[in-house]
Design a protein around this ligand. Sequence first.
Ligand code: PEP
Ligand code: MG
Length: 306
Amino acid sequence: HQKCLKQLVNEKAITKDQRSIELFGNVGSAEEALSIVEHGGFGVGLLRTELVYMNSKDWPTEDEQYKTYESIAKNVNGEVIIRTLDIGGDKTLPYFTFPKEENPFLGLRAIRFCLKNKDIFKTQLRAILRLSASYPVKIMFPMIGSLEELIEARKCLDEAKKSLKVDNQAYNEDIPVGIMIEIPSAVFAIDLLSDHVDFVSIGTNDLCQYTLAVDRLNPEVAYLYDAFNISIIRMIDHVVRGCKPKGVKVGICGEMASDVEAAKILVGLGVDELSVSPSMIPYVKEVIISSNYEDLKVHAQRIIKR
Ligand code: PEP
Ligand code: MG
């Protein structure tokens, strides 16, 4: 079986009836990016940039970030979706004192932190933009909860672009911009949000936590943490339906996509891209190749209607 999976490395992830799925990997380092290619993936669907910050002794400079992101982009042959800093929640930094919070997962995390610390945010945006001059880079904002937040984040991106222009630095003016859908409020504002993005990626890890009111790290309630919960499946369906008419592509980058049974449902819901743990790429690819999209659609709708 291992040998069979190896033979899939150069195969595309296309169903028997020709529905093509982008199969990407989730990474935090250049080594992991290489592992995507070794496992037959075609790009980075989620670069968790907080790891770059957590492995640093102080705020990483624009140049340091550029170098790290480039080392990752160099190691894959496809696009790289760079998620802006998702710090806070359970993730802290040795060189920064976070406010003391009763509920850090409901607090100053991800885009909320960046919009409060715009210098830090813009330094990162400049590094990502500079990389977009020579690599197929996309930018993704985590934990967007409202249209206002998205508009404010886009404004920061515009300002970062302007400052690069002043400095005579090259970047891709049309860099695709996406958001993570991982807060229930974003799911039900998808009709509004989708007017302002090129793509979305559903973060089922947090979407489960926030929808089911289950701390994703708390073993006491782990039995309630279930990505197959009917509410989660229906939310994903709602997001796809909100995005399809506008030509906005929908990906999944939560752990759920790495589960082959879940992958079938997700493809059946009409998702365009799955970003999974690199080592799981061959397994997810195999299930896509051996399935019929039309059958998966029926399967998914049956689960939704129940
Ligand atoms: C998610 O929430 O599903 C996700 C991919 O982001 P992270 O696990 O880094 O919070
Ligand atoms: Mg998340």
